[in-house]
Write a protein that binds this ligand. Structure first.
Ligand code: NAD
Length: 491
């Protein structure tokens, strides 16, 4: 029995008018569990038009009104966190302990940005001309499109939707075709919270839908989370249409353990970095750099714990690592493991599909560790987005930095050391949008998040996220009685 979901356009639930639907497959059971509509181009255009129609009234609503609705949305999501957590684990195989917590995190984001909705004030600016009064206001940019990846649909959405709505924009959302269910179900909470029709629209479908969103009528901003390959296409299309974009892309993040680190904590951080969320996270610490005096010890402790990771039903709270999220991703990860062996990487743990009594038809892959990896191997350079760790030895701090920065990505990084001077030096020299010291994979609604280099541009979370969704308007009011010469300008 599959659950049927519909598009949400202009406050109305609609099926695909092309009669085209696709199944969402539960990656643990291998069975179809949800039927998702493929939006037609006309429906994408309708969604953009509905957002455009809703924009004038919504953009003029008071901050107090927007804050009230966002807080209500947070209350509803918190109350429904179990249901949404279960639905997301069913859809993408991520363990319930994480999806449930991500619903709480998402609710926190709606609350956090509700707090800004009535505080988006500008500045008064004294000018050289005493008869001109100058001030700025912060205005919403207009209709914004939010495109997300399959690994954490609701959390990724909250990074974008909370500041976008707080600032008075109207939105069209497109989740990944591999995990659309929670985003479509979220329409119910949007409606119950009382958002006016057209303020939030949700369309689903594959790449065609994403493309159509850039060409079906004027949009004012696109905020995208996904792969660098697709990010590049979006940036090119957005360039042609002169639409601003925020790009949150992939990573090959270095997690660096110095010999003076608290090794118990560092090993936990390394495990969290690569096997948390089955490694299907943009901030995965997929390159572990370990200083030589502790190299063998760290590798053997990691390998022992990796072999003991409890795989199983993602909806079971006891499970530590769930499935990979979908068949194409499962195949990609296994191909990357095979390619790593072909280029001479040495396996220290895992390396195969995982089968077992409680693993059913699930798309499981063993927690995998390669040791003695060189930074020029593909294994060390390409994002795998799965539970595959490359461990690289180093001798000096300079060498660690050269390896860490020797990547086209720049999303996250981790440093494990007890030496505070070294920690500061590393935070200054690492080329990454996020640097963790003696922790890894930590996030907070207040803390800005985003990448440099091919990991993208723009920032989410924290106050700075509002910059992506507001424009500064400068206003000059001349109150002098003097008639001015039309052919000269004043300095
Ligand atoms: P993806 O790029 O394949 O898809 C992302 C979204 O783009 C989906 O909704 C997809 O339907 C849509 N899309 C695909 N082709 C499109 C096109 N031509 N035009 C417009 N839209 C298109 O990524 P994915 O496989 O869903 O997610 C994995 C990637 O996302 C990894 O690279 C991962 O690192 C990255 N990611 C980044 C962050 C971050 O915050 N930096 C967070 C999560 C995931």
């Amino acid at each position: 029995m599959t659950e049927t979901f519909d598009l949400y356009i202009g406050g109305t639930y609609v099926s695909s008018d092309a009669q085209e639907r696709f199944d969402s497959i539960n990656p643990y059971t291998g069975t179809a569990w949800a039927s998702i509509p493929q939006a037609s181009d006309a429906q994408v255009a309708n969604a953009v038009a509905a957002a455009r129609t809703a924009f004038p009234a919504w953009s003029r609503s008071t901050g107090k009104t927007r804050a009230t609705l966002l807080n209500r949305l947070a209350d509803l999501l918190e109350a429904e966190a179990d249901r949404f957590g279960l639905m997301e684990s069913t859809d993408n195989g991520k363990v319930i302990r994480e999806t449930r917590a991500q619903m709480g995190f998402s609710a926190r984001q709606y609350r956090f940005f509700a707090g800004y909705a009535d505080k988006l004030w500008g500045q008064t600016i004294p000018l050289d001309d005493p008869d001109v009064f100058d001030f700025t206001t912060r205005v919403p940019v207009g209709v914004v499109v939010l495109v997300t990846a399959w690994n954490s649909p609701m959390a990724l959405l909250s990074n974008k939707l909370a500041p976008a709505l707080a600032a008075g924009n109207t939105v069209v959302i497109k989740p990944s075709e591999h995990a659309s269910a929670t985003t479509l179900a979220f329409a119910e909470l949007i409606e119950r919270a009382g958002f006016p029709p057209g303020v939030v629209n949700i369309v689903t479908g594959d790449a065609r839908t994403g493309q159509a969103l850039l060409t079906s009528g004027r949009i004012d901003h696109m905020s995208f989370t996904g792969s660098p390959e697709v990010g590049r296409k979006i940036a090119a299309a957005a360039g042609a249409a002169l639409v601003a974009v925020t790009l949150e892309l992939g990573g090959k993040s270095p997690n660096i353990i110095f010999a003076d680190a608290d090794l118990d904590k560092a090993v936990v951080g390394a495990l969290a970095g690569i096997f948390g969320a089955t490694g299907q996270t943009c901030i995965a610490g997929s390159r572990l750099l370990v200083q030589r005096p502790v190299y063998d010890e760290v590798v053997s402790r990691l390998a022992a714990r990796a072999a003991a990771i409890r795989l199983g039903d993602p909806t079971d709270p006891e499970t530590e690592m769930g499935t990979t999220a979908n068949r194409p991703q499962y195949d990609r990860i296994l191909d990357a493991i095979a390619a790593a062996q072909d280029e001479g990487a040495q396996l220290a743990a895992g390396g195969r599909p995982a089968n077992g009594e409680n693993l059913g038809n699930g798309l499981f892959i063993e927690p995998t560790i390669f040791r003695d990896v060189h930074n020029d191997m593909r294994l060390a350079q390409d994002e795998i987005f799965g539970p595959v760790l490359a461990v690289l030895p180093f001798d000096t701090e300079e060498e660690a930095l050269a390896i860490a920065n020797g990547t086209r990505y720049g999303l996250a990084s981790g440093v494990w050391t007890q030496d505070i001077s070294r920690a500061f030096r590393m935070t200054r020299a690492l080329e990454a949008g996020v640097v963790w010291v003696n922790t890894y994979r930590a996030s907070a609604v207040q803390a800005p998040f985003g990448g440099v280099k091919e990991s993208g541009f723009g920032r989410e979370r924290g106050e700075v996220a509002l910059q992506e969704f507001t424009a500064i308007r400068n206003v000059m009011i001349n109150f002098s009685d003097e008639e001015r010469d039309p052919f000269s300008v004043r300095g």
